[in-house]
Design a protein around this ligand. Structure first.
Ligand SMILES: *[C@@H]1O[C@H](CO)[C@@H](O)[C@H](O)[C@H]1NC(C)=O
Ligand SMILES: *[C@@H]1O[C@H](CO)[C@@H](O)[C@H](O)[C@H]1NC(C)=O
Length: 304
């Protein structure tokens, strides 16, 4: 091999390494997804397909669908039985361990995964979220569980009874994820005192200024509500609305609620800075068309 061929080989090699890196880095901000109740990181009929679609629409993008647990089955179980505090710690560690996420990422939360991603943002300094997309998230909790996802009927009935009658007992809060964002408007003060997750991340009792500051680091917080949602009660929680305390029919929207009027969480500031967006989409829970997603979410928030 003569000198020129050798130099040529080295140059080719260098070029390949550089271009491989370029492809790996991609031109798009990485995306982290968090699945909903009864789902897992990777089922081919749900988030597995979403990941594939995002990779197709944003060539070279790094997409991480968080698996909370040791396997997909464990991930599904943890969606019902592992306290959100622990889930958020696990997610924080996963993000910290991924060097491709260290410069920030966009995040898409599906259903309860949306309030967990917000918890992650508020609690995990390593999670530099740029645009936070909440698809059918329950930011003011739920008061009703008409569907338990993949759980059997008898277990679902048992869970419903627990939520209706004992959601704020300490052992129920520890044992059942959905109890931690159960919001009983007839017992508003009990919710504030004894919810071990939602009441905390919503600054109901005390104001955690760290939470307020972390929320301000977002470029955009996008709240998507499914107009015909029959799974989430009330569906206005997807826009931070909820039943007015003391009854369960009249809705108080975000701007009428203390969390906004007292700006307990920094949402009003976000809104005033035009970083808070309310999108409505016709359809049942998490039912959307890719055309809608592309036009309203991908083009506006994922092409940075
Ligand atoms: C909630 O906590 C406050 C302060 O500790 C207490 O005064 C109040 O009685 C509690 N309310 C309920 C319903 O437990
Ligand atoms: C879905 O919700 C929209 C907006 O509230 C409403 O106009 C429409 O009739 C609903 N569609 C169905 C099938 O319920």
């Amino acid at each position: 091999m003569n000198g020129i061929t050798f130099k040529y080989l080295i140059l080719t090699l260098l070029f390949n390494i550089l271009s491989a890196n370029k492809v790996k880095d991609g031109n798009f901000t990485p995306i982290v997804m968090w699945h909903g109740m009864g789902d897992s990181c990777c089922f081919s009929f749900s988030l597995g397909a979403v990941k594939q679609k995002l990779e197709e629409l944003l060539p070279g993008v790094h997409v991480v669908s968080l698996r909370i647990g040791t396997s997909e089955v464990n991930d599904v179980e943890n969606g019902y039985f592992l306290h959100p505090d622990k889930q958020i710690n696990m997610a924080c560690n996963l993000i910290q361990a991924d060097p491709l996420l260290s410069d920030g990422f966009n995040a898409i939360g599906f259903s309860q995964g949306a309030q967990f991603l917000r918890g992650l943002l508020q609690r995990c300094p390593k999670a530099h979220i740029k645009n936070l997309i909440s698809l059918g998230g329950q930011h003011q909790g739920v008061y009703g569980l008409p569907n338990c996802g993949s759980l059997s009927h008898s277990i679902c009935d048992y869970i419903r009874r627990l939520l209706n009658h004992a959601a704020y007992l300490e052992w129920v809060q520890k044992a059942l994820v959905q109890a931690t964002y159960w919001h009983d408007p007839l017992h508003e003060q009990e919710y504030k005192n004894y919810s071990t997750f939602l009441s905390d991340i919503n600054n109901e009792i005390t104001i955690n200024t760290e939470y307020v500051q972390r929320l301000q680091t977002l470029d955009n917080f996008v709240l998507v509500k499914f107009d015909n949602d029959t799974i989430v009660e009330p569906r206005e929680t997807e826009w931070f609305g909820f039943y007015k305390p003391g009854q369960s029919s009249v809705i108080q929207n975000l701007k009428e609620s203390p969390i906004y009027t007292e700006d307990r969480l920094g949402l009003r500031k976000l809104d005033e800075d035009s970083k808070l967006h309310f999108l409505g989409v016709i359809g049942n829970h998490l039912q959307f068309e890719w055309g809608w997603f592309q036009e309203n979410i991908l083009d506006s928030y994922l092409k940075n």
